[in-house]
Design a protein around this ligand. Sequence first.
Ligand SMILES: Cc1ncc(COP(=O)(O)O)c(C=O)c1O
Length: 458
Amino acid sequence: MKVNSPHARDVMYHLHPFTNLAQHQESGPDIFRRGEGIYVFDDDGKRYIEGLAGLWCASLGFSEQRLVDAATRQLELLPVYHNFAHKAVEPAINLAEFLVEQAPTPMSKVFFTNSGSEANDTQVKLVWYYNNILGRPQKKKIIARHGAYHGITLAAASLTGMQYAHNAFDVPIKNIIHTDCPHYYHYGEAGENEEEYSSRLATNLENLILEEGPDTIAAFIVEPFLGAGGVIPPPTGYYEKIQPLLERYDILLIVDEVISGFYRTGNMFATEIYGLKPDLITMAKALSAAYQPLGAVMINEKIHQVLIEGSRKFGIFGTGFTYSGHPVPCAVALEAQKIYQERRIGEHVKSVMSCFQHRLHAFADHPLVGETRGLGLIGAVELVEDKATRTNFDPARKVGPWVMNRAQEHGLIIRALINDTLAFCPPLIIDEQQINEMFDCFAKALDDAMHHFAGNGD
Ligand SMILES: Cc1ncc(COP(=O)(O)O)c(C=O)c1O
């Protein structure tokens, strides 16, 4: 590394998110310089398929000129303004209207944030505020699930059910608790089918609600399928058994569509696929095709009415960010939504997803693979040491990260998640030939891993 190279300066000055900081001192960064379609190019000009669309977000790839133009137009017209104290900007109005009209279940209002984490933090605040205004200050606990990922601001990190988000950060905060991770492959018991497993999880949830006291439980938050926790679709019958409990005990449902929203599954929202009935919905990432940071919370009229009541009591609704409804990200998001509709991106996803799922599930026969899973244009391959007992490798061997690095050498960027799970979530514009190219690269990395790890214990 040359002393003044970007690599050296990165190590010297830049504290990276979600990075092993000790290792980074040795390895430095991989620097990326430009993008084209589903590909990104590093500073040596080497081309990679971005098999995770960046961080599950670059739905329209890396060179959509219309989004650049939409940002430029807005920057020239009104580059920044706010929405506090009755002020408004048209892109925020138009985007809010669009989202409410397209909502998967009847919704009423949209509140903008800069990220998915901020949106989920806002959800927690809204749920607490709602119950305070309703005069039930004890009804505050929010149940999330082990294995969930909801972000990393204080309340969102608390909702996240992953140890790495909690280690030494003094979270979860008060009033956030967790129930079972709904992963049949690992937690289903011998002789128990998926439906029975779902019944057991529903019973566990009901027992938790009863133990804590139903009058203390305010909300349940779910990703329709777990995303960063391993791309885990729910077991059969799961939501059919869970949702009646929420109704029975007057518990709000927050659906986090940050990864699943905007056609990742072929449908605009995964809420539709699972028949969910959210009171609040979280959105981000593909909302703006990730060309500008943007998140949003959408609430139904039941919640909205209570917020209005709050303002009658307290005056202003005392939450919001300088950049809530910033005109540039909202203009870009509107353009992204227009592109999704004009290019029928949902139909496109439906037309290529069988190829994607077919190639993904073909890895199930590989000696290193325990489970393949996914839906739409998202999926994962989980590696195991022992297929029969479904036992993962010792994490110290870093088998998943090894495969991820090897795939990168072969020109494919993917992500190694917990339990040596490799995740795929390419830009939605990917075609069948590129899907084949992506999985061909992965096949090479997996075969390399088999030779590397065959019995050598390292
Ligand atoms: C389901 C889900 N919710 C929330 C978040 C947090 O979003 P952000 O990273 O924009 O804060 C993520 C990020 O991956 C996510 O996958």
